[in-house]
Design a protein around this ligand. Structure first.
Ligand code: PXG
Length: 292
């Protein structure tokens, strides 16, 4: 059966959910979005994702025409319309349709609100989670907060797409981006963390997206009794680390076993990484906002 999409107050079959060609989301990437997962008929960290979307919208001075509570309810309704058990949810709010020209004041009809809920998303094969991912450092630097805050989950992903294209050209699974100062920022659509001397180390979020999965992994590490440290680190620290992993809603927690041709630890998914992957699986399948 065809997917049902929420678009500006209506639930429509996907093939009928159309956006005008003059929507500033398309013309200028002017808008924000979220990526959320549902597990076992529950939406994982729904409130936190909605909160982050409202924060991103506020940062670009875009007023979402709903309260966060209303928005959460629309997400749940969209899941119900699509009989979601395990799924992937993509809310998008664009500046809306308007005449050509950057000025958001041209978008007189107000924002366009879209919610897609589909049965799932797969980024990497099962084998990659068992054997680990191979990353290469990108020659592109993550856009600095002086230019556009990387904490805004906006519709402008070209910086990361360029890095991903480069990683593909090198035959790697993912790209690792540095910030303009040379510290590790994040992967193309995932946060990047390392393990050194039994501690999990995460780069501060000033140079990357404050990932919900990153926060969750840090909470889980602390619950298990693993020390977590937030501090800038360099590629040297990555190459010399005992373990490394990525976190993201789509990727979940993925072990990294190679960066720039150097083996991380013993070249196999690390012990702490595996512990976190297991704890994450337990958490996502037992918590979250019920859809039904
Ligand atoms: N950094 C960036 C730049 C991201 O886009 C993350 C980190 C991880 O954040 P979360 O909150 O998901 O742990 C993201 C998230 C997709 C897709 O369609 C991308 C993301 C999330 C869901 C789906 O590829 N990126």
């Amino acid at each position: 059966m065809e997917n049902v999409v929420y678009l500006d107050g209506k639930f429509l079959p996907e093939s009928e959910a159309k956006i005008p060609v003059n929507d500033h989301g398309l013309l200028y990437g002017d808008g924000v979005f979220e990526g959320i997962r549902a597990y076992n008929k529950r939406v994982f960290k729904l409130e936190r994702h909605v909160e982050r979307m409202f924060q991103s919208a506020k940062a670009i001075d875009l007023k979402i025409p709903h309260t966060p509570e209303e928005f959460s309810d629309l997400i749940l309704q969209t899941c119900r319309r699509n009989n979601i058990v395990d799924g992937y949810i993509r809310p998008i709010v664009t500046r809306g349709p308007g005449d050509l020209g950057l000025d958001p004041r041209k978008c007189k009809d107000g924002p366009t609100v879209i919610i897609i809920a589909q049965p799932g998303i797969t980024l990497y094969s099962k084998e990659k989670y068992e054997k680990g991912l191979r990353l290469v450092t990108s020659s592109y630097r993550r856009v600095p907060p002086q230019s556009l805050s990387p904490s805004i989950k906006s519709l402008n992903y070209l910086n990361q797409i360029m890095a991903r294209v480069e990683a593909n050209q090198y035959g790697a699974d993912e790209a690792l981006l540095l910030d303009v100062q040379g510290y590790v920022s994040e992967a193309s659509a995932d946060n990047f963390l390392i393990v050194q001397n039994h501690s999990v180390i995460a780069p501060p979020t000033s140079t990357n997206l404050p990932g919900v999965t990153r926060e969750t992994a840090i909470d889980l590490a602390e619950k298990i009794g693993i020390r977590t440290i937030e501090k800038p680190f360099t590629l040297y620290d990555v190459w010399a680390s005992n373990e490394a992993f990525i976190t993201g809603t789509a990727a979940e927690i993925g072990p990294v076993v190679e960066v720039d041709g150097r083996m991380i630890g013993d070249g196999k998914p690390g012990k702490i990484t595996k512990q976190l992957m297991k704890a994450f699986r337990d958490l996502v399948t037992t918590t979250g906002t019920p859809i039904y």
